[in-house]
Design a protein around this ligand. Structure first.
Ligand SMILES: *Cc1c(COP(=O)(O)O)cnc(C)c1O
Length: 363
């Protein structure tokens, strides 16, 4: 059997006719940027997540950058963020001139809330949580800390569409919820896309203005903005997928449950879900001390895997200036050296999960 991590063709095939009908409809409409499809998607996504407003953007990175910019985060400010994240979370901070302050993750791969307080200084403006691998962070504790210290909360929901904490969806706890619709995400488009959800009409207005060259009224420019617009084709295709998202998430849950059942090897650390949280299983991440050999073992059996992520942001060349040497974030670094994402994609079959789990057990 050949099992390819991150494949997208299966997910496309699930609703191929609907996607193709919508694509033709948009192509024939003669309107391609910021139109009716984007407006309808924004309304539908806000309602789906349970937020008052949604602003469509060009990417998840732009959502993080513009979300923090709209909050006034700037040079001299510090933003607390978990250290074991995709580098875009950190870039959203530094693009605003602010300084990332890293906090180690807990056993669920999310920010260890008990380690936040010691990192708060007079310069701290915000906490950026990342609902990594699709599991919601412990948001009651995060929000309580933020209230105590008067901090903004930004949620990186790039991997957590529809994940809940205490029955409430990620993206609705903080000041802004930042989503990515990159093709591999749980709600993935067929190109780049992103969005911010918020309950603040003031933030919504600022972000709408920033995404379109800083303009609220045509040819009148209030601030120096950017061009970060969701296009009609992506918005239309996202509307098709959004209507099926609950079904897609349920299928992911079943596949993850099967992995949980079939993987029995004591050499493999399976993912845990924390009480109060749900996971939408953006990734199914295991840990193994001999990861290199496990990868090779699976590859010999036709199974490709991925690592999310092999180099934590503080050790990447891009953030050499932060001067955080190896050893400064030991939990994060140990995870980076041992995590492995097993294949899990829309349209994956139960047989494929069983074959993969058996191969893992044979290791
Ligand atoms: C994918 C991702 C992003 C960035 O989204 P893009 O749309 O690729 O810019 C940000 N944060 C996390 C955690 C991600 O997984």
């Amino acid at each position: 059997m050949n099992i390819v991590s991150g494949r997208l063709d299966r997910g496309y095939a699930l609703f191929q006719e609907e996607y193709e009908r919508k694509a033709l409809e948009v192509l024939r409409s003669g309107w391609y940027v910021l139109g009716g499809e984007v407006e309808r998607f924004e309304q539908e996504f806000a309602a789906h997540i349970g937020a008052k407003f949604c602003v469509g953007l060009a990417s998840g990175l732009d959502a993080l950058y513009l979300g923090m910019r709209a909050l006034g985060i700037q040079s001299g400010d510090e933003v607390i963020v978990q250290a074991n994240t995709y580098i875009a979370s950190v870039m959203g901070i530094t693009m605003n001139g602010a300084t990332p302050v890293f906090v180690e993750p807990n056993q669920y791969y999310n920010i260890d809330v008990t380690k936040i307080e010691e990192k708060i200084t007079p310069r701290t403006r915000a906490i950026l949580v990342v609902h990594l691998y699709g599991q919601a962070c412990k948001m009651d504790d995060v929000m309580a800390l933020a209230r105590t210290y008067g901090l903004f909360v930004i949620e990186d929901c790039a991997q957590s569409h529809d994940a809940c904490y205490g029955g409430q969806k990620t993206g609705t706890f903080g000041d802004v919820g930042c989503f990515s619709f990159y093709p591999t995400k749980n709600l993935g488009a067929f190109g780049d896309g992103g969005a911010i959800v918020t309950n603040s009409s003031e933030l919504e207005g600022k972000i709408r203005c920033l995404r379109n060259y800083g303009s609220r009224v045509k040819y009148q420019f209030d601030v120096v903005g950017v061009n970060s617009r969701l296009d009609e084709l992506q918005a239309g295709l996202l509307r098709v997928k959004l209507a099926h998202l609950e079904q897609l998430t349920a299928a992911r849950r079943r596949l993850a449950q099967s992995y949980n059942e079939y993987i029995t090897s004591p050499r493999i650390e399976k993912p845990a879900v924390q009480p109060g949280s749900t996971s939408v299983w953006h990734q199914y991440v295991v840990r193994c001390d001999e990861r290199g050999r496990l990868i090779a073992h699976l590859k010999e059996r036709g199974i490709s895997t991925m690592i999310h992520y092999p180099v934590p942001p503080h050790l990447s060349e891009a953030y050499r200036d932060l001067q955080l040497p190896k050893g400064s974030l030991p939990v994060t670094e140990a995870y980076a050296d041992s995590v492995l994402s097993l294949p899990l994609y829309d349209g994956m079959t139960e047989d494929e999960v069983r074959y993969t789990a058996e191969a893992v057990n044979q290791f």
